[in-house]
Design a protein around this ligand. Sequence first.
Ligand code: ZN
Length: 283
Amino acid sequence: MKKLPIPTVNDVHSTTETAENKRLKKTSYPLLALSLPAILNEYDTYQNNNGNALNITPLGINRSLKIGLHKNYASPPNSLLHIAKIRASSPRVCPMCGSPKTTSLDHLLPKEDYPEFSIFSKNLVPACDCNSKRGKATKNQLTGARVLHPYFDCCMLERQLSCSISPRLRFPQVDIAIAYANPTDPLITSIEFHYDKVVKPSGLIGWLESQWSSLVDYPGGVIHTLPQERITTADELRGYLEDALQRYDRSHGTPNNWYSIFVHGLLESDGVLPWLLEAHNNT
Ligand SMILES: [Zn+2]
């Protein structure tokens, strides 16, 4: 999860130019021109509601225009060059789930249900394959929870996700679970929803388990701030981990990247630091 600046694209201009492009007869011309006022109005609604899925209802545009807009998105004309730029705008971390990869572009309000936002820059978020794993999940009307929006939800600037690492009897075998770092956040219901629908399907727990396995093999290979020499106290070790946490936060531009989630969990989980101190000194 990562808060991103809102794209500075002039969507009224880019969509109007697309609507007037007579060479797009096989996709959006002239249907888009006919629906242009309604679609631009929906863009305003989207921005006025900060992309909140609970407050935005589908416009219900006709099927031919829906197909045309999907094609414009897949093969953008010159008026829609922002699509490729947004796809490449967060290369080191997925803003939706926090994984260390982005290869795709997520329609925050899915283009199947909301085709009017198919080419709308504020609805396009760089993402990894959590995009397809989320599917069309956007909200739960009963609980008032919704998917978080990297362009609008400032709670993503704060540390929200951590993990708890619970030693089993046969330590260093452990159980790893997600933990919420800021459970009193006003948006906690949506943060939990976002975790369940976006982050969890992306494979965070499996990734944390593999980090733990690597840590067991060689702590310095995972926590690069650990020194070559012995560490004498748990407090000293804590300092190295806090340094690593800060570096991960800063280098990814968000405290909710997967590396930080792991290191924060090491710091917060009982019994881990004394074991890690010994493991480091014995390797
Ligand atoms: Zn992702």
